[in-house]
Design a protein around this ligand. Structure first.
Ligand code: NAG
Ligand code: NAG
Ligand code: NAG
Ligand code: NAG
Ligand code: NAG
Ligand code: NAG
Ligand code: NAG
Length: 831
């Protein structure tokens, strides 16, 4: 049949394409492999390095360049690309036309030998691209490959070799090859949203170490992106504390985890673990140490794959970088959706290194019931460019003029110079920071478009408009004079402190009109800088809702960063559930609190054209007023600052794990459904009145979400509820509540209900408790709306964009305008 033919052709074509992609993995759009100085093409593994000669259109060099072709006396094991080199005695460029913009590898191969009068061990030179200095005053004594990756955004990439004065440059081989976009996305893949780093797309990266823990060298022909992974032995600080494990066949690549391009199974299939097999009381760290350049930040990529456990939830461990705890009581099974030996990875961006050594350690979790063990399968350390775009020097080197300035042989001069450079860089850094802060501060004067007309009782504008700050215009109605804040807090009386966070202290206070307030005073050196301060102001001033904590004002006089909120008499929801001796809440009270918080979140998700994602939903961020009405607090803060709240570091790191949407972790795709997941955990917390992570419990109980889901699936949730509630919950209400929480915790976001659905179902659970529902509650649980009382039916029919405004009759949407600062918090379609 004629019509069959094209179809079959298509089938074959796609089959062939498919086989192709299986055989080769990623196919780079740009793939320049140059065997410098060689008259013939050279085959290395599966790839062919092209001959380059002086006529090559890639190379442009002035008259004085020696187009050298040379034979090296390489040993038989060395790659044939090392046998020739090109020597440059003047500034020379390789120009590559780029067919597809994006990140590209630049790999430079050096193998110094002696040719004619040129002893390449004595060469000294710089290598740079238009935007980045890659190497400066570089010299090389032993065979070496330098690997960089840069995001090329134009259609050419020029690599420039600049010899130092009285010296020359050389290169044996050169690669410019496309990197898959997914390898280094703009945002790091991190387990905690607060640890994310944005802006990797602008970073030039230099590979400092690429290590295969517990295994042999993985050569480039076993890596889809032609990377080489070296063994970890020489980096181990105490070799006797570590054991190598290998089980390559166990490795599983699962959806949402790692891929062959991110690291090959030869890497995931081996690991280094604690040498703790014979001693169940082992308590030590396995530590690796790497050389780094002070003054630079590093991107660390940790590769994990649990090839040591025989079952799920056996391995819990901690991970440290230098002395900071990066992962605590970390359980790969939970993160990887209960697939054993699923390959995954995590990124971490360090602070600017202060020492020339970087230490990575793994150690046992501090949990009673876990056998002490810890693993690491692979580690990549990539240096990030400094603020000048440079990967070399101390950050102030002007690379284009460096060649003529530097002198050979002045070793003392160089090290003094370097020390001075660091100092100068420090001064410059402080200066720039100050400037930036000033700039932002200046901006903040013009940028706050507050237009909430003095309707709400919280608006301070009229009251203070003739106040001490002369420059105020009437729009800045939220600004409060410092004096007023001082007065309200009894001059920041230490005994009035009600909380301490990374941002600073929180004081109780009372304004002179008698309004009780909570005053958050930013620590000037806190990591949660000015941007977050502004975000919070903007966010809170625009999104007003009775179930969101309201901002009364702020103060930015005298470099202060002070936020003044309405005072929430009854503190956090958490403190009413466990651990603080507050009287136990009734089931009805708990349901009403959950409903209130759900309304607040529903409003955030739907109250404006674009959803706002809270990202840090937990019982400690749900506050209760004097009538136990719930209000969601602290939204937006979790986004930008790496450590919003120091208390997160010591206690809530666990909490964050306990609430974290596993899909968000796997896919790095932020949606409202991540909040829904966290809210589901809060629901179980409310029901069971216990911490979401409790390491003191037997292992299967440690993680509340898992534990509660287990009982919910068995249909016996009543077995684990708060004993104070026993006998006081109607079974139908409990069933509805359990089902709602269960749906919130669905593995995939698409399977989770919207916050609106959650709200309706909680309302229904409340009605079931109060027994006002007619009809058969045994009916299915997904579509309860039809059976609900008229009041709730009305609610469901409201247009989502106006629902809260009408329903709550609060000035929720007046004058809302979305700003750039804010847009970070907004769901973006592309991610
Ligand atoms: C080297 O390979 C390129 C394509 O990869 C080809 O165009 C060129 O003719 C080859 N040169 C020699 C000398 O074989
Ligand atoms: C080349 O320079 C290196 C480093 O200074 C030196 O060790 C080596 O002996 C020199 N080789 C020759 C042939 O001069
Ligand atoms: C490279 O930079 C451009 C912006 O100039 C960005 O759109 C793109 O996503 C970046 N690519 C990668 C792989 O980071
Ligand atoms: C790499 O590939 C070669 C053959 O291509 C194979 O012999 C070797 O075992 C592989 N494994 C590693 C870890 O390099
Ligand atoms: C492991 O290293 C971290 C960070 O240096 C340290 O805080 C911790 O006490 C160490 N643990 C053990 C058991 O030595
Ligand atoms: C790296 O350089 C880019 C410009 O190329 C710059 O935007 C970025 O901030 C630099 N990175 C750091 C950590 O300063
Ligand atoms: C670096 O030096 C060159 C030449 O000396 C000069 O033209 C250029 O403006 C300098 N760049 C910077 C950033 O100072």
């Amino acid at each position: 049949m004629g019509c069959n033919k094209p179809f079959r052709l298509l089938f074959w074509v796609s089959l062939v394409l498919c086989l192709e992609c299986f055989a080769k993995g990623f196919t780079p759009a740009d793939n320049y492999l140059i065997d410098c100085g060689s008259p013939t093409n050279t085959t290395v593994g599966l790839r062919v390095f092209m001959a380059d000669n002086l006529a090559s259109k890639l190379l442009s060099a002035p008259e004085n360049v020696l187009g050298s072709t040379s034979k090296a006396l390489t040993s038989s094991g060395d790659s044939p690309i090392y046998q020739t080199a090109r020597i440059f005695t003047g500034v020379s460029k390789y120009t590559f036309s780029i067919s597809q913009p994006g990140r590209h590898w630049i790999r430079l191969y050096f193998y110094p030998f002696v040719y004619d009068k040129y002893n390449m061990s004595l060469a000294k030179f710089d290598v740079s691209t238009k935007d980045h200095a890659l190497l400066s005053s570089f010299s090389v004594q032993a065979p070496l490959v330098k690997e960089f990756s840069v995001n090329v955004t134009t259609n050419t990439l020029v690599i420039t070799f600049t010899p130092s004065q009285n010296s020359f440059a050389f290169i044996n081989a050169l690669e410019v090859v496309s990197v898959p976009d997914q390898l280094i996305p703009d945002t790091t893949k991190s387990f905690k949203s607060s640890d994310e780093f944005h802006g990797l797309m602008w970073q030039a990266l230099e590979t400092v170490a690429r290590v295969n823990m517990g295994g042999p060298t993985v050569t480039f022909d076993n890596d889809t992106l032609w990377r080489t992974w070296v063994p970890d032995q020489r980096f181990l600080v105490e070799k006797n504390l570590a054991v190598s494990v290998s089980n390559i066949r166990a490795v599983k690549y699962v959806d949402g985890g790692s891929t062959q391009d991110i690291a090959p199974n030869y890497v995931y299939g081996t690991c280094t673990r604690m040498n703790s097999l014979n001693d169940p009381t082992s308590n030590f760290n396995v530590t690796w140490e790497f050389d780094v350049d002070p003054g630079f930040q590093y991107l660390l990529r940790f590769h994990f794959c649990d090839i040591v456990s025989t079952a799920l939830n056996q391995l819990y461990f901690n991970l440290y970088v230098d002395s900071s705890m990066v992962l605590q009581d970390f359980d790969l099974s939970t993160i990887m959706m209960n697939v054993l030996a699923a390959a995954t990875y995590m990124d971490y961006v360090t602070e600017s290194a202060t020492s020339s050594k970087l230490r990575v350690s793994i150690g046992p979790a501090n949990m009673n019931n876990a056998y002490p063990n810890a693993i690491l399968n692979g580690l990549e350390i990539m240096k990030m460019n400094n603020s000048d775009g440079s990967l070399t020097g101390s950050g102030i080197v002007n690379t284009s003029s460096s060649s003529s300035k530097r002198n050979v042989g002045a070793i003392v001069g160089v090290s003094v110079g370097a020390a001075f450079g660091v100092l100068l860089a420090g001064v410059l850094f402080m200066f720039c920071r100050k400037r930036r802060r000033l700039a932002q501060r200046r901006q903040s004067k013009t940028w706050m478009p507050f237009s909430i007309n003095g309707g709400t009782s919280h608006t301070m504008g009229s009251k203070y408009s003739n106040g001490t700050t002369a420059s105020l215009n009437s729009n800045a109605s939220y600004r409060i004079p410092f004096l007023a804040v001082q007065e309200a807090t009894n001059n920041f009386d230490e005994s009035w402190v009600i909380g301490i966070g990374g941002f600073g202290k929180v004081y109780k206070g009372e304004l002179n009109d008698g309004t009780k307030v909570a005053v958050k005073r930013g620590n000037p050196r806190s990591q949660q800088g000015l941007a977050e301060f502004q975000t919070e102001i903007e966010m809170l001033s625009q999104f007003r809702h009775r179930h969101l904590v309201s901002l009364i004002g702020y103060c930015d006089e005298k470099n202060e960063m002070i936020l003044v909120y309405e005072y929430m008499e009854n503190g956090t929801l958490k403190s009413h559930l466990y651990g603080s001796g507050n009287p136990s809440l009734s089931w009805k009270q708990r349901l009403e609190i959950c409903i209130g918080a759900a309304r607040g979140l529903h409003y955030l998700h739907t109250g404006y054209a674009k959803a706002v994602i809270h990202r840090d939903v937990k019982s400690a961020n749900i506050l209760l007023d004097e009538n136990l009405m719930a209000k969601v607090a602290d939204f937006g803060l979790s986004k930008t600052g790496p450590e919003i709240d120091q208390t997160h570091v010591s206690t809530a790191v666990k909490g964050s794990f306990g609430y974290l949407d596993p899909e968000y972790f796997r896919r790095q795709q932020l949606t409202e459904k991540s909040d829904v997941y966290s809210f589901g955990v809060v629901l179980f917390e409310v029901l069971c009145a216990r911490p979401v992570i409790d390491p003191t419990l037997p292992r299967e109980m440690v993680n509340l979400a898992e534990w509660a889901m287990k009982w919910q699936k068995k249909g016996h949730l009543e077995q684990i509820i708060d004993t104070n509630l026993a006998g006081n919950i109607r079974p139908d209400s409990l069933r509805k509540f359990g089902e709602t929480a269960e749906k919130c915790l669905a593995d995939f976001g698409v399977d989770r209900p919207s916050m609106g659905d959650v709200l309706w179902n909680l309302e229904y659970a409340l009605q079931l408790q109060e027994a006002v529902v007619q009809g058969d509650p045994e009916d299915n649980s997904t579509n309860m709306i039809g059976e609900l009382s008229p009041q709730i039916n009305n609610f469901s029919q409201l247009d989502p964009t106006v629902s809260s405004a009408q329903f709550e009759s609060v000035d929720d949407l007046s004058g809302v305008s979305m700003s750039k600062v804010f847009s970070q918090l907004v769901k973006s379609e592309g991610r």
